[in-house]
Design a protein around this ligand. Structure first.
Ligand SMILES: Nc1ncnc2c1ncn2[C@@H]1O[C@H](COP(=O)(O)OP(=O)(O)OP(=O)(O)O)[C@@H](O)[C@H]1O
Ligand SMILES: [Mg+2]
Length: 244
């Protein structure tokens, strides 16, 4: 993987970037308005993540991990700074354009699963494909295949409310893969799971990474970082450590 020539280099990349970077954050800051004042949460984040990396994001509660993940996931915009996702500057896209980028390029897994309780497991997994207007037969077949891959072929007609935590998270993983994203954004995916379910979810995440998907995952569990190729630590809105 060749490094660029530095700022103003022939390929126009900065020193820390490579052509294979899927996520590049430059001087990202995020502040929230609280009452009359502004609270600064991210205080200048510079970060480049290459295709195929499995990154763990750690740090104390309140250090800004979810805030950063929301920006990387195009769920929120930075207050200032530049964000290149798959080489494209997404810092100034409209809400509609961001929604399109999210659907096409990113898969999300959350601590609380975020499934729809009123509809079946199968329909939950089909949902992102409905939004992408995939024909019904095709999306049904794909949803079944994805659920089979996470060991849930026998649960497709269940409502998520009748599943265990581990099963719910596997449904969420199947849903995250619906549109075959390059990048998986996972905010504490094992945070609500027991040890066995947590191992199962990590085994699947590992497999997804081996398939070539880039994974960016928040975790509080140091043991889980064994699966990761890189650990980034955040403290008070800044990166304080970035190590293999
Ligand atoms: N919409 C918001 N408005 C005001 N403050 C916010 C908002 N979102 C986050 N914050 C503040 O930003 C800080 C960082 O929050 P964030 O959720 O990113 O932390 P975190 O590192 O994910 O913590 P945890 O490990 O507990 O999930 C917190 O102090 C939080 O109160
Ligand atoms: Mg958080």
């Amino acid at each position: 993987m060749a490094k660029s020539a530095g700022p103003g280099g022939e390929d126009g990349l900065n020193a820390a970037q490579t052509a294979d970077d899927v996520v590049v954050l430059e001087k990202i800051e995020k502040s929230f308005r609280v009452g009359e004042s502004w609270v600064s949460v991210l205080k200048g984040i510079d970060l480049a993540i290459a295709r195929g990396e499995f990154v763990a994001l750690m740090g104390p509660s309140g250090s800004g991990k979810s805030t950063l993940m929301n920006i990387v996931g195009c769920l929120d915009k930075p207050t200032s700074g530049r964000y290149l996702l798959l080489g494209r500057d997404v810092s100034s896209l409209s809400e509609d354009e961001l929604a399109r980028v999210r659907r096409k390029e990113l898969g999300f897994i959350f601590q609380t699963f975020n499934l729809i309780g009123r509809v079946s497991v199968l329909k939950n997994v089909e949902m992102p494909m409905v939004l992408c207007e995939m024909p019904k037969d095709q999306r049904r077949a794909r949803a079944l295949e994805l659920l089979e891959n996470v060991g849930l072929a026998h649960r497709v007609d269940y409502s998520p409310i009748n599943l265990s935590g581990g099963e719910r998270q596997r449904v969420a993983i199947a849903r995250a893969l619906a549109n075959d994203p390059d990048i998986i954004i996972a905010d504490e995916p094992t945070g609500n799971l027991d040890l066995k379910s947590s191992d199962e979810v990590m085994r699947i995440m590992n497999h997804l990474n081996q398939e070539g998907r880039t994974i960016i995952m928040v975790t509080h569990n140091p043991e889980i970082t064994e699966h990761c190729s890189r650990v980034i630590r955040l403290r008070d809105g800044k990166i304080v450590e970035d190590a293999p």
